[in-house]
Design a protein around this ligand. Sequence first.
Ligand code: GDD
Ligand code: MN
Length: 380
Amino acid sequence: MLSSADETAGPDRTADVPAGPEISIVVPTFNERENIAELVRRIGEALPGVAWEVIVVDDDSTDGTAARVSELARQDRRIRCIQRIGRRGLSSACIEGFLSSSAPYLAVIDGDLQHDETVLPDMLENLRQGDVDIVVGSRYMAGGGIGDWDGRRARLSRASTLLAQKTLRVVLSDPMSGFFAVRRDVLHGVVRGLSGVGFKILLDIFATAERPLRFRELPYEFRARHAGESKVDGIVALDFLTMLLQKKAGRLVPSRLIYFSVIGGGGIVVHLAAFAAAFHGFSLAFWPSQAIAALFAMVVNFTLNNLVTYRDQRLSGRDWLRGLVVFCLVCSIGAVGNVGVASYIFRGGGAWLPSVLAGLLIGTVWNYAATAFYVWRPRR
Ligand code: GDD
Ligand code: MN
């Protein structure tokens, strides 16, 4: 039997065991195989004499990024890899990287060498001084720059920066920055309130903090991507708007429910169009036309929800097919509930409009909750 001393002893401190790192540098990656070794080399060069570790959080890249990181990690224990399966998202990857760390200071840097790692020592020194909570690399202050971005991307970045500053009252010069270092206790203070959606983890942290964070900004010049390509697309822009909405509206209505409802509303239009095509175009009888239209609308609905509402856990292949079948079953039950509730209220003397709306509300909430559970529940 173990004595109580044994149970609390932990590792043998008499042996020559190095202490844990002072700073964990989280690198979110998706297809950065050709960049990661160079990044780690440069981080090592930038932080001589510092006890650092690099935590790569890879979302199951198709180019073998995680395997490359493991290769590096076998030669150097300061490197670790967290591999996430079936999930996507820069912000949520950073959060998981942070949470896997025990270091007093946490940093994030992109995996494509666009951020200037030589700013890291200055970030660390600022945190060590203890008078700031977070140090942010900024492209939009004297000494910083956006490198060779084309006019369109530059305008987009400026516009979203302005939007973020105005709606969330964040006073940072570069609130969209993906390059910063933060004290561990500050991160842990906000982590349960983070939206975790999309790319803008820094903005998320500032918008979630209950007291204004003490920050310092350090300029850096945004570099050209080393290898590979950017993952920024239309969905990232949508994610950004969702996060603003979430932070403004509080967490009363989940953003997924908003997407789900909007797509469901669009489904009515799809249904009508499909019905018209079957009934008038192909001269089918009424009920087959209605059945085909309902099925078609459900397939379109499922596809859109899989693409947008659940973009971070998209189903594909056999999971997609299984999801579609379950989705149709769940929504059929929702339709029965919808009609049942509406008729019940109507028969009880309700006016037609409130009765119909109540039916829709019940049907939508059921469909949303049940598909979240049975169709898109992360099974891993
Ligand atoms: N784990 C994970 N999951 N990593 C991701 C994902 C994802 O879904 N999407 C992108 N990444 C990783 C990339 O591999 C890269 O290391 C980093 O996140 C940034 O992605 P890019 O696609 O290179 O974005 P960008 O260069 O257009 O924008 C970056 O820099 C801006 C300026 O600092 C981002 O960091 C922006 O948030 C930032 O505003
Ligand atoms: Mn990049």
